[in-house]
Design a protein around this ligand. Structure first.
Ligand code: ARG
Length: 572
């Protein structure tokens, strides 16, 4: 992989070996290299105190010895300043390398390619049937999908699983509610909304008459036992919900490889329960069967309720074993709200205690809470923002903004969908995943801020420049020897750090690293675009370099947007 940190690290390692007879590996040195806060000091800096112990010299001595030894064509200046070795990239040299690599690799530029031959299973989105698919699921859906795209980009084989919440007492509630207050035609017509309304009504009524809860439990037990009528109703509810979820996924461009939900694991649990018993891990606690985890400072993990029915952890354990056997994964990633962190810690530990040696391939990726315009969510009272409504609002707003800008133009609905959906995703993925966020639609749709529309607009801008060239001209674009100015320099540097950002985003399971990178790239490109003549540049060599930079930006921005599930219309 080419980037300035690695080149500098190679030079440092070689020089240190020559002068001092020893040096750490270049990869280790690359990790020590920093970006100085003040650009006037250089583009990257190596803190020489990190080698003091190994080389038994003062940082200042090391810095000055290295400065006089290293010479690399990619850097125009290498200087020793107070124990630091500062590197200034040679703009033309760096531009040539970066841009030719981008041209050669195209949409593979930036991939660490360290996943080849490995498989990752990703469990994400997983809404619960009969309950609304609301903004609380935005995190798991888009973080999960972005992590899938990032892993695919790195060469992993990825299996995206929607572990649908298609089982549990909520179906008992829904069956009771439907029989008491439901009308078939209304449910058919109202789809998910009608089911949610029934669910909400059930809770309101159960407040007044708690015996409804017993009725619901009874209906669910019947369902578990295979009761024909209840099974038919369950299937119908599942079908209605899934039909609607698929619409939202389609809008987002998300497809899953498997929709095996909780119900699928019903017959896979007894084997695991038996193993827990055989290993002597199950204990009876107040009638329930549990695994004690006090040694690890955790509450007991519930495996069977008093009445023998299974629980959320039981199903997760059975599902993990099934997935390991089916896909032989190298990693199985679960994306859920941080509220479920303890649940995952507990059952991961149980899997380890059961003797499965792949327990450390299970990864939980948590994220913070989401509120909309300041209000938190409460499923049971019906006070929720549905994902489909959030996207609808965003799309309508985009159509409205376009109409204001250009009243005579027919609204282009397909593009408005891409922009509206992209705005929501970008806004959400701008924050570190653990941060609790308050979603404000106006901010997400601001075309002038650090937003999805702004990034898509910048992408379209690169396209409109390139569309003016013939394919012959396009194929010949490259960086020439024309000296580059500050705007071009910054753009080159930003393009050259993309591989590093991708690697960190994967390592930290943090798509927001890519989102923030996109904002940075858009800012430097737009500065370049405003300050420099591109198509109309009178100097042929400089024009060529600037067009090559525009093409490289187009490629990298396109890849980056794709990695956070945002589409890239060529015109908006
Ligand atoms: N359906 C669950 C919920 O909405 C999330 C499932 C997460 N995945 C898992 N394997 N537990 O809370």
């Amino acid at each position: 992989m080419f980037d300035i940190k690695n080149i500098a690290a190679g030079g440092i390692a070689e020089a240190a070996k020559k002068i001092f007879g020893t040096a750490p590996e270049p990869a280790q040195i690359a990790d020590m290299i920093e970006y100085p806060p003040d650009k006037s000091m250089g583009d990257i800096a190596f803190p020489c105190f990190r080698l003091s112990k190994l080389l038994r010299r003062s940082p200042a001595d090391i810095a000055s010895a290295l400065a006089s030894e290293i010479s690399l064509p990619e850097f125009s200046e290498i200087t020793a300043v107070s124990g630091y070795l500062n590197f200034r990239a040679d703009s033309t040299g760096l531009a040539k390398k970066t841009v030719s690599e981008i041209k050669e690799k195209g949409d593979k530029y930036g991939s660490p390619m360290n996943g080849t031959g490995k498989t990752v299973v990703l469990d994400y989105s997983s809404p619960n049937f009969a309950k609304p698919f609301h903004i609380g699921h935005l995190g798991t859906t888009v973080i999960g999908h972005s992590l899938k795209l990032l892993h695919e980009f790195a060469g992993y084989k990825c299996i995206g699983i929607n572990y649908l919440g298609d089982w549990g007492t909520q179906f008992g509630k829904l069956i009771v509610a439907y029989r008491k207050w439901g009308v078939k035609e209304e449910v058919e017509a109202g789809q998910c909304d009608a089911l949610v309304a029934l669910y909400v009504k059930f809770h309101a009524e159960a407040e007044k008459d708690p015996s409804l809860n017993d009725e619901a439990r009874h209906e669910f037990s019947k369902l578990e036992a295979g009761d024909e009528e209840n099974t038919a109703l369950w299937k119908w509810f599942v079908e209605i919900s899934l039909r609607e979820y698929r619409k939202t996924y389609k809008l987002l461009g998300i497809e899953f490889d498997s929709y095996k939900g909780e119900s699928f694991y019903t017959d896979k649990m007894p084997e695991q329960i038996q193993l827990l018993r055989d290993k002597g891990l199950l204990e009876i606690d107040d009638g329930a069967s549990v695994v004690r985890l006090d040694k690890w400072n955790m509450p007991v993990c519930l495996i069977l309720k008093k009445d023998g029915s299974t629980l959320y952890p039981t199903r997760d354990i059975a599902a993990a074993v099934y997935r390991k056997r089916t896909y032989d994964f190298d990693k199985c990633i679960y994306v859920t709200s941080a509220g479920q962190s303890l649940h995952f810690k507990q059952w991961f530990k149980v899997v380890e205690l059961m003797g499965y040696d792949w327990y450390n391939e299970l990864v939980h990726v948590p994220y913070g809470t989401v509120s909309v315009n300041g209000s938190k969510l409460a499923t049971r009272t019906g006070n929720v923002v549905l994902l489909k409504d959030l996207f609808r609002q965003a799309i309508d707003k985009v159509i409205e903004i376009n109409r204001q800008k250009d009243p005579d133009r027919e609204p282009d609905v397909a593009t408005a969908e891409k922009v509206g959906v992209g705005a929501v995703i970008f806004h959400y993925l701008s924050n570190n995943r653990m941060r609790d966020i308050n979603f404000i639609l106006e901010d997400a749709l601001n075309f002038d801020g650090n937003t999805g529309p702004y990034a898509q607009y910048t992408y379209a801008r690169t396209c409109s420049v390139l569309d003016k060239l013939s394919s012959d001209e396009l194929s010949k674009l490259k960086i020439t020897d024309a000296p580059l100015g500050e705007e071009e320099r910054e753009l080159v540097k930003t393009l050259s750090v993309f591989p590093e950002k991708v690697a960190s985003a994967i390592e930290e399971y943090e798509p927001s690293i890519i989102t923030r990178y996109i904002s940075e790239l858009c800012a430097v490109f737009n500065r370049f675009y405003h300050e420099c003549q591109i198509i109309s540049c009178p100097d042929a060599d400089l024009r060529m370099s600037r067009l090559a930079l525009t093409e490289a930006t187009n490629t990298v921005l396109g890849t980056a947007l794709h990695l956070i599930c945002i589409s890239t219309p060529r015109k908006i």
